[in-house]
Ligand binder design. Structure first.
Ligand SMILES: *Cc1c(COP(=O)(O)O)cnc(C)c1O
Length: 355
């Protein structure tokens, strides 16, 4: 790849936030990566520049029609000072899956991984070191034609910004209460559910707010046609352990193919646990609970890694899972994946990439 990333360092480095009180997505580092796309010219001018607001025409297509995609991954400082990324190529491959759906031109996957490594190196002093903390990496692409007609844009910007983030679980992992959503749907087959694109998030906010008002942390999404099959939990993939077997919804166009989901499946299989990807109905989950075979339920995603589900409310029928405590498989997956990510546990899967 012949792209050369130019680097312009900031003259005014910011004061770094307190590592013990970082929160999520609040603080941003000193630099950002940008690269432009112009029809006929392709992707060009990759550069790292001081973190700063963008100047965009108010008619920019992204503001009106939402032609955009994003990613999320993390960099970790290992105990011996190495900087580690977790399966970054998977994220950049997923950019192109999202791009294809949103009519955004593809990026070069290897170059994009290089770009991530370069910006992380430039801002490496921002990677927090405390237990559970990391540097969250947010690559995203926006359409930038100043034009109000509806068609794919001819120009785009690819950006990468970085945010030091705190430990997701400060007081230990607590299983969450989940509302089974039967009014709103996240996506339908043929829609954009498998793409990581802002529209899916905008569409999910109302259900999330109403669930919060009822005292629930998140919603469990059901399929958009029959309101029968389980899809995702909030913005995480979902797993159920029934009678020793771990089941997760199969990827059929409505579900985001999570990298934590994929890693969880591979890890469980390596542990000799039976894992099945198939459609699973909410009735089946409630029936398993009746029979006493519903052993665990949890969500997976980059931010929390594992989020155990302690309670479900489906049409007013409330069930407790594993007495509202974190299950054995959930703990094992959490400890192993976070251990590999932070370099504390050896990585037999080839997931870790040193920066
Ligand atoms: C990002 C995302 C996930 C989780 O994907 P990871 O790669 O594991 O972080 C799951 N569902 C949705 C809708 C997402 O946007």
């Amino acid at each position: 790849m012949s792209y050369q990333i130019t680097i312009e360092k900031t003259k005014n480095p910011k004061q770094k936030p307190d590592e013990h009180n970082l929160g999520f997505g609040i603080h941003f580092t000193d630099h950002m990566f940008t690269m432009d796309y112009t029809e006929g010219k392709g992707w060009h001018d990759p550069k790292i520049i001081p973190y700063s607001p963008l100047s965009l025409d108010p008619s920019c297509m992204v503001f009106h029609y939402g032609q955009a995609i994003f990613e999320g991954l993390k960099a970790y400082k290992s105990v011996n000072g190495d900087i580690l990324l977790f399966r970054p190529r998977k994220n950049m491959e997923r950019v192109n899956i999202s791009n294809e759906r949103l009519c955004i031109p593809p990026i070069d996957v290897d170059f994009a991984v290089e770009a991530i490594k370069t910006i992380v190196r430039v801002d490496q002093d921002w990677i927090p070191k405390s237990e559970g903390t990391s540097l969250y990496i947010r690559p995203f692409i926006i359409s930038t034609d100043p034009y109000l007609g509806v068609r794919p844009s001819n120009t785009y910007k690819f950006l990468i910004i970085l945010s030091p983030v705190g430990a997701y679980y400060k007081e230990g992992i607590n299983p969450v209460k989940i509302y089974v959503e039967n009014k709103y749907v996240r996506t339908v087959k043929g829609g954009i559910g498998y793409a990581k694109t802002p529209g899916n998030y905008a569409a999910s906010l109302k259900a999330q707010m109403e669930a919060k008002e009822k005292g629930y942390t998140q919603v469990l999404w059901l399929d958009g046609i029959e309101r029968k099959y389980v899809e995702e939990v909030g913005t995480m993939n979902v797993f159920f352990k029934i009678n020793g077997e771990v089941i997760t919804p199969s990827l059929e166009g409505t579900i985001l193919a999570g990298i934590t989901r994929d890693s969880t499946i591979e890890l469980l299989k390596s542990m000799g646990v039976k894992v099945t990807e198939r459609r699973i109905s909410i009735e089946e989950i409630y029936e398993a609970h009746e029979k006493g075979t519903l052993e665990e339920a949890f969500g997976t995603g980059t931010a929390a890694v594992i989020s155990p589900i302690g309670e479900l409310n489906w049409n007013g029928k409330i069930i407790q899972i594993n007495d509202g405590k974190i299950g054995e498989i959930s703990s094992k997956v959490y400890d192993t994946i976070t251990g590999i990510q932070s370099g504390k546990i050896e990585d037999p899967f080839g997931w870790i990439v040193k920066v």
